[in-house]
Design a protein around this ligand. Structure first.
Ligand code: IVH
Length: 668
């Protein structure tokens, strides 16, 4: 097939676009496209070049890898090129890779090593006589930038190797910036009026490619080692033994790296890493699967810029672009008015996204998001999708900049933005939107739990003026319910019975239902155990509140303020008039507090007690149980079949207790 003129033009056009975007991405650290879009352009070019090899030029973006080294840094030649990886995005594609390997190995069965594909910056560290000599970025794969001084500041990079090491070794791996640190740095930048970084990878790249190593030193970068370049003398004979060597030598190797004896195991591990993705602090965009045996790796060899023995299996992208159709305003339970982008529906990470949070006025203004704009949206796990940025060069003229209204979009009352707050508030406590949100919260499972009282009823009850505050639900009767559409006698009876049931909530649920700032289900539990009744809690001083375990000054102040409001007192009286019984709660007799202040994470199944029982036991001794392992975790209790939390704990060097050890430590 020979290329027609139109294909020639498309190929040239793709190259221009790719060069432009690669420069934005690698050199300026300020991408305009999502990874998925960049990949789509790149893949299209690869396809066209495969179909029309006569069109391939040496300067095509497909013919080189990575970034040209920047002039500011010295150049370093990688003695063994740092290659890129072929990629697959589905199980069938991965199986094709595996079949190809089997064919090339003529019936020999390799084992595999699977590792998370870390989304940072690839670097090479050369150690001579065990001492870090040169550190460089991957650059274009052959020549990288000399960033030795900066890499020396990274704490997880040993300046001297431990144990037995060869006279010369190149250690390769990824420098990453943790998500939490990334967010913290961005908050600082915003506060200083600087542009935020687009994502943790750009954050890592930007932090490393600094002319002043002090700047790098102030960034909490982490290095994970994943392979070896040159190795003088008899070295590892497999990826597994290479990782083992790296660990011994003092490097971090990702705890989720696994040797797999079969493809099924690889597929299982890929899914496991995918499931753990959101709980990891370091960003991953897939897994890397490598043939384990070096002998087989050699037989398989390399093609152009990637090895035949490894593949990147990408997760579905977490970023996509779409169009903002409209910016609407939502009024929350506490009167906060939040802007929300209504989007042209787009699938992100396997889920359809139609709305994204725009946080507050400053956020919209800083990102300058306007209806009609093309934007990058991002969604990670269960987190509410957000708009990352506007894609420049969209349709013009753009619509006018978004202006925050000075009146509530729902009730028309004046809005305020207090000096120290980023949020606008609707000042009208009787605002129907606020009432609906407060009611939804009040009747929810975490609150007094009125079964069957869904959003549609709340909407209608408030809109028709049948109820005006949460206490009004206890004054509903059949006559009132009859004013509603499609409300038969049976349904009304059921609803009234559910409301009656909600006249006797337990104390934690009643407290949580009130919707006090900073008081969720857990804090409500803590307050119940500490104060024993709503009356006691309502009359507690800030001081008393603050000396309660787990309650800090901010929440203490918020609780105190809530109960000082005349409206709160009116509400409580009205609830009682409506028949709500204010329950008492057995004060928890505290046992010996030898777990005081310690933070626990439970993983796996315990044989002698339920998770709730274990939690209660820890709490009664002054400890606290959280859901995920972090640097703040003191102990991990691991039962049968522990999950990735155990790996994380090992990685962070946190003490792990078996069930027996736990029982021993908590014995009365
Ligand atoms: S192995 C030939 N292992 O992916 C082997 N690479 O496209 C190539 N990466 O630039 C490297 N995590 O930055 C390898 N566990 C891992 C990796 C990994 C992330 C990156 C690396 C490289 C790119 C290859």
């Amino acid at each position: 097939m020979t290329a027609t003129g139109s294909i020639r033009i498309e190929v040239e056009g793709l190259r221009e676009q790719l060069r432009y975007h690669a420069h934005r991405y690698y050199v300026l650290d300020s991408p305009e496209l999502s990874d998925a879009e960049y990949d789509a352009l790149y893949d299209r070019l690869v396809t066209l070049e495969e179909q029309h090899p006569e069109l391939i030029t040496p300067d095509s973006p497909t013919q080189k890898i990575g970034a040209e080294p920047a002039d500011e840094f010295g150049q370093v030649r990688h003695h063994i090129p740092m290659m890129s990886l072929q990629k697959v995005t589905s199980e069938p594609e991965f199986m094709e890779f595996h079949q190809r390997i089997l064919k090339l190995l003529e019936g020999n069965q390799p084992t595999y090593v699977i590792e998370p594909k870390l989304d940072g910056l690839a670097v090479e560290l050369t150690y001579q006589e065990g001492v870090l000599n040169v550190g460089s970025t991957r650059g274009n794969g052959t020549i990288g930038e000399d960033v030795t001084a900066n890499l020396r500041t990274v704490r997880s990079i040993p300046l001297r190797l431990l144990g037995r090491y060869p006279a010369l070794v190149d250690v390769r791996g990824e420098v990453v910036l943790g998500r939490r640190e990334f967010e913290r740095l961005n908050r600082e930048r915003l506060a200083a009026g600087e542009e935020p970084m687009a994502n943790p990878r750009n954050g890592a790249a930007g932090s490393l490619r600094q002319l002043d190593p002090k700047v790098t030193a102030a960034r909490p970068l982490v290095f994970f080692a994943y392979s070896i370049g040159r190795f003088e003398g008899a070295g590892p004979i497999s990826q597994t033994s290479a990782l083992e060597f790296l660990k011994q030598a003092g490097f971090r190797v990702h705890p989720l790296a696994r040797e797999c004896g079969s493809v099924d195991e690889v597929i299982g591990s890929h899914q496991k890493i995918g499931a753990a993705r959101d709980s990891l602090d370091e960003e991953t965009d897939g897994t890397v699967i490598k043939v384990n045996e070096y002998g087989f790796q050699e037989r398989l060899g390399v093609v152009s810029h990637h090895p035949r023995w490894a593949v990147a299996w990408k997760f579905p992208p977490q970023e996509e672009t779409t169009v903002v159709e409209e910016i609407i305003l939502q009024v929350g339970r506490t009167g906060i008015i939040s802007p929300v982008a209504v989007l042209a529906p787009v699938r992100v990470g396997g889920v359809e996204v139609r709305r994204a949070s725009l946080h507050n006025e400053d956020d919209v203004a800083r990102k300058d998001i306007r209806p009609g704009d093309r934007v990058i949206v991002r969604r990670a796990g269960d987190v509410i999708p957000e708009v990352v940025k506007v894609v420049p060069g969209g349709k013009s003229p753009r619509s006018s900049p978004f202006r925050f209204p000075t009146t509530c979009p729902v009730c028309g009352a004046a809005t305020v933005r207090e000096a120290d707050s980023a949020f606008h508030f609707c000042t009208n406590l009787g605002c129907p939107a606020q009432i609906k949100e407060r009611l939804t919260h009040f009747v929810s499972k975490g609150g007094v739990d009125v079964e069957g009282m869904g959003g549609r009823y709340i909407e209608e009850l408030v809109d028709k003026g049948i109820i005006h505050d949460v206490a009004d639900i206890y004054f509903l009767d059949e006559t009132k319910l009859n004013q509603m559409d499609r409300m038969g006698t049976r349904l009304a009876e059921k609803l009234l019975a559910a409301i009656d049931h909600a006249r006797r909530p337990d104390l934690p649920h009643l407290i949580a239902a009130l919707g006090i700032h900073g008081v969720g289900e857990h804090v409500a539990q803590v307050l119940s155990a500490a104060f024993g009744s709503l009356e006691k809690l309502a009359s507690a001083s800030v001081d008393e509140l603050q000396t309660t375990r787990e309650i800090g000054p901010i929440v203490a102040e918020s609780i105190h303020q809530f109960f000082s409001l005349p409206q709160t007192r009116d509400l409580l009286t009205k609830l009682q008039r409506g028949g709500v019984e204010f329950p008492s709660y057995a004060l928890v007799r505290q046992g010996p507090q030898h777990l005081a202040g310690k933070v626990f994470v439970l993983t796996g199944t315990l044989s002698s007690m339920s998770r709730d029982e274990a939690k209660a036991k820890i709490e009664s001794m002054g400890g606290r149980v959280t859901g995920s392992v972090s640097k703040k975790t003191d102990f991990v209790v691991a039962g049968e079949d522990p999950g990735s939390k155990l790996d994380k704990a090992t990685e962070l060097g946190i003490t792990v207790w078996t069930e027996d050890e736990f029982l021993e430590q908590t014995a009365p």
